[in-house]
Design a protein around this ligand. Structure first.
Ligand SMILES: NC(=O)c1ccc[n+]([C@@H]2O[C@H](COP(=O)([O-])OP(=O)(O)OC[C@H]3O[C@@H](n4cnc5c(N)ncnc54)[C@H](O)[C@@H]3O)[C@@H](O)[C@H]2O)c1
Length: 364
């Protein structure tokens, strides 16, 4: 295993979407833990705020290349690669609904070309997939109840791939899931084919909400970051859908916990290769929008007006939490940071870059 790791270290480690939230944090984390590694971050900078990360990457000795992951000529310029971590993508369900081609281009065609690069270089492959691969109707069928501040699954709700604790990677996949989820699921299928057909190593992680510093949260993606941003720059909060109650429930995972898991996967690639993990903050880090407002307000000491919009947006889901038991049993990993840590760290990050960030995210 050590020989393989040092082989990877002799080549480049490519992070696609490397100027984005996950990609840039991961690049800096891996540079600290694998200092001899040459890390390349490729990004087409389509996400707002990504330019702020270029200087950050350079300060940590990480190379940045502007390029499109769906353009094979841009990937061919990168030289020999030992590991690809595919973090490029259009992560918004709503954007993918309005602009399907954008999601197809970045999420599926991009991953295909990364896999071709992996095949040519015999590189390992780590993929950031999503809990949105699970069908909307299937999730809605899990028995739920309305509690004073959240919707929650019933304690005895138990079925294939789910329990009160959360959803596992074995949750049935029949049904529709949003264009975003569909492009990611197609990518997962392609990855498994490449790993098998070309005897490569790789792992897929289906993450729920990831949050923390350097997430340029916006109304349609990155809700925890967006909530903290709104409190810091003032404005109103909207409870959209499900009658405008603000009771829809999710879990959140700190970006530091994501980085720890990926480092473990790099180090244990022989054991985790060809696995598919469901990963998230879990019930312990779960919240409804109403509960999130209370927690962010208490940490930032700001209270904002709220607006109720009863109509549910396309492809929204009522409740989602991940069951981490399989990834825990396979790698020993468990999230270490709480929802409070996520909000506090995000709030401190905004304070430290308040005026520069105002130009990027201050308008909402
Ligand atoms: N943030 C989350 O809550 C979350 C949850 C589950 C899965 N994911 C997945 O993790 C990955 C990273 O998400 P993120 O939160 O960092 O999002 P992000 O938008 O901050 O980062 C994605 C990056 O990819 C870049 N990009 C998009 N299309 C590209 C293309 N064609 N070529 C090159 N670069 C391109 C963007 O400019 C951006 O910097 C995505 O694939 C996303 O689907 C994220």
């Amino acid at each position: 295993m050590r020989e393989r790791l040092s082989e990877i270290m002799k080549k480049n480690l490519l992070i696609t979407g490397g100027a984005g939230f996950v990609g840039s944090n991961l690049a800096i984390f891996l540079k600290k833990h694998l200092p001899d590694c040459r890390i390349l971050c490729l990004d087409n900078l389509q996400r707002r705020g990504t330019r702020m990360n270029i200087a950050r990457l350079k300060d940590h000795g990480i190379s940045f290349i502007k390029g499109d992951v769906a353009n094979p000529r841009h990937l061919a310029r990168l030289g020999d690669v030992g590991l690809i971590i595919d973090c490029a993508g259009e992560p918004s369900v709503l954007v993918s609904h309005e602009q399907p081609l954008r999601a197809l281009h970045s999420n599926l065609i991009g991953t295909f070309h990364c896999l071709e690069l992996a095949r040519r270089c015999r590189a390992d492959f780590i993929f950031l997939s999503t809990s949105r691969v699970y069908p909307i109707a299937g999730l809605e069928q899990i028995p739920w109840e309305e509690l004073p501040t959240r919707y929650d699954w019933k304690k005895d709700a138990f079925g294939v791939g789910h329990s009160y604790e959360g959803v596992t990677h074995q949750f049935p996949l029949q049904g529709v899931r949003s264009f975003y989820g569909a492009t990611k699921l197609c990518s997962e299928h392609l990855i498994m084919e490449y790993l098998d057909m070309f005897q490569l190593r790789g792992v897929i992680n289906r993450f729920g909400i990831i949050a923390g510093p350097w997430q340029m949260g916006k109304e349609d993606q990155g809700v925890v970051g967006f909530w903290v941003i709104r409190h810091k720059y003032k404005g109103s909060l909207s409870y959209i859908g499900y009658g405008g109650t603000g009771k829809q429930t999710r879990d959140a995972l700190h970006i530091d916990d994501v980085c720890e898991l990926i480092l473990l996967e790099i180090n244990q690639m022989d054991q985790v290769s060809r696995q598919l993990f469901n990963v998230g903050g879990g019930r312990r880090n779960s919240f409804s929008l109403l509960e999130l407002t209370a927690m962010v307000s208490s940490i930032t000491k700001v209270s904002l007006p709220t607006i109720s919009v009863p109509e549910t947006r396309p492809c929204d889901i009522r409740i989602y939490m991940a069951d981490n038991s399989f990834v825990r049993a396979s790698t020993g990993w468990l999230p270490q940071k709480s929802l409070e840590d996520i909000i506090t760290d995000t709030s401190q990050w905004i304070d430290a870059h308040f005026s520069r960030l105002a130009k990027v995210v201050g308008e909402g």
